[in-house]
Design a protein around this ligand. Structure first.
Ligand SMILES: Nc1ncnc2c1ncn2[C@@H]1O[C@H](COP(=O)(O)OP(=O)(O)OP(=O)(O)O)[C@@H](O)[C@H]1O
Ligand SMILES: [Mg+2]
Length: 459
């Protein structure tokens, strides 16, 4: 197994050999006896972590640490010393060493320190990579995103906003359909009247019709005065028909007519009234499927989907989780007067590995929960709602075998080691939404090894 590449520097041969022997099962281990030898290895190998003795014959391990940490690919440095004085430790840490251990060595302790160091660097790297990516976050109107999927949504929105074309927005609950409708309206250049919204679900067919088209006095029992419908009210602007999949057959016919002729008739009236309204419809159903099953008029579906925007579920665009979370942390910290600034690496990992059935709406409330539960600057997993905290299985110990058993091996798998490895890697990636760090953790190998295996299997 290969959790990382180590360089052990000690002038005593038995210490070098002893350490190599105890560590080489889990790490790639290089050794050197002096500074010159160590420099050679640092130059030719990609060393993740260096453990050096303070006393290297007449040389000083501190100088080696200075040299190593100044390299572009600086390893993590750990200092060993027989002279466990506080001064030496402080000095080593000041110069950027990660930790120091005293001789005689406790191998288990050293091994733990090494694993912890490598792991915290993995998380660190992952976060800084993610943070860099956040800088490339897109925002139009109030929609935040940086995934390729959202970038495509943004492009479409910008492209089609100025037109009058009817738009159909499909997507699961909480994916941002209403937000997109607002953005289209705001970017449309249509008069700055507010977006007119009609929730089509939950209204009886009669009420919905009169809500949309209005009615004349006496049109039905209870219609004691004339009423202007939403189409007329939205004249010159945009009408958002939410949950369009829920409307009844008779309203579907009327809607089809409005979209074709741009005229309406109030319920109980017979006068055609011209309306200049841009229609945006949204649904969490797949209208095409409803139409195929006869539950939605096919002609209306085609009319609505002149432009169709599909909002991908959050679990399919995990790149958006960090920028969204950061925005929500800011918002809720301010709203609650809390000093919370950011998410810890582990909290972020927990958010990334969660499945988000409620999509961005659920993420928003998870972050609100986190901010409210947290009193320090950083949200950690324990501040997150239980369903997210419990779904997250950190495996920082480097003990991959336990977590590997979470991956089920199908009985039809034959025992070809290479094929099984490929299958495990595939399963681990699938399970973690293609998150390399987490997949590597699940497999009990380093990120680097996983990358190498992926490169190999791509050949
Ligand atoms: N890309 C995004 N950027 C910022 N906030 C978002 C984004 N997507 C969704 N939200 C937020 O998530 C919540 C749900 O969004 P919205 O109401 O637009 O979803 P929806 O698809 O209309 O959901 P439903 O089908 O349940 O009506 C809102 O608080 C919204 O502000
Ligand atoms: Mg909605």
């Amino acid at each position: 197994m290969d959790l990382g590449t180590l360089l052990i520097v000690d002038d005593e041969k038995h210490t070098r050999d002893g350490l190599r022997l105890s560590l080489e099962d889990e790490f790639d281990v290089y050794v050197a006896a002096d500074i010159a030898g160590a420099k050679e290895v640092l130059k030719s190998e990609n060393i993740d972590l260096m453990v050096t003795d303070l006393r290297l014959g007449s040389e000083n391990g501190m100088d080696l640490i200075d040299h190593a940490l100044a390299l572009p690919q600086a390893p993590i440095a750990i200092m060993m010393t027989a002279y466990g004085s506080v001064n030496v430790a402080v000095e080593a840490m000041k110069r950027g060493a990660y930790h120091f251990v005293t001789k005689p060595l406790n191998i288990d302790e050293l091994e733990m320190v090494i694993k912890r160091a490598l792991r915290s660097r993995d998380v660190e790297r992952e976060n800084s990579a993610l943070k860099q990516q956040v800088e490339k976050t897109y925002q139009i109107d109030n929609i935040i995103g940086k995934s390729a999927a959202m970038e495509a949504v943004f492009e479409t929105v910008q492209q089609i906003a100025p037109s009058k074309a009817t738009v159909l927005i499909e997507g699961e609950h909480g994916t941002g359909k209403e937000l997109v409708a607002h953005a289209i309206h705001n970017l449309s250049g249509r008069p700055k009247a507010a977006l007119t919204i009609v929730h089509c679900a939950g209204l009886s067919p009669q009420l919905l019709e009169s809500e949309l088209f209005g009615h004349e006095k006496g049109a039905f029992t209870g219609a004691d005065k004339q009423r202007i419908g939403r189409f007329e009210a939205a004249n010159g602007g945009t009408l958002f028909l939410d949950e369009i999949g829920e409307i009844d057959a008779s309203t579907q016919v009327k809607l089809l007519r409005v979209l074709g002729e741009r005229t309406i008739q109030r319920v109980g009236g017979n006068q055609d009234i011209n309306v200049d309204v841009r229609v945006i419809a949204a649904t969490n159903k797949q209208l095409e499927k409803l139409a195929a099953e006869g539950d939605f008029r096919e002609d209306l579906y085609y009319r609505l989907k002149t432009i169709k925007i599909t909002m991908p579920p959050l679990r399919d665009r995990k790149d958006d989780i960090l920028p969204l979370s950061q925005k929500f942390v800011e918002d809720y910290a301010e709203e609650n007067g809390k000093p919370v600034r950011e998410l810890s690496g582990e909290a972020l990992q927990a958010l990334i590995s969660y499945d988000w059935p409620g999509n961005v709406r659920e993420l928003r409330s998870a972050i609100e929960h986190g901010v409210v539960m947290c009193n320090g600057p950083k949200i950690t997993p324990r501040h997150l709602p239980p369903e997210i905290r419990l779904a997250y299985k950190p495996d920082g110990s480097g003990n991959g075998s336990g977590s590997l058993s979470q991956i089920a091996l199908a009985p039809q798998d034959d025992f070809n080691l290479h094929r099984m490895e490929k299958r495990f890697i595939g399963l681990a990636l699938e399970k973690t939404g293609n998150n390399i760090t987490q997949a590597a953790k699940l497999l009990g190998i380093s990120r680097r090894t996983l990358h190498r295996k992926l490169d190999d299997s791509a050949d």
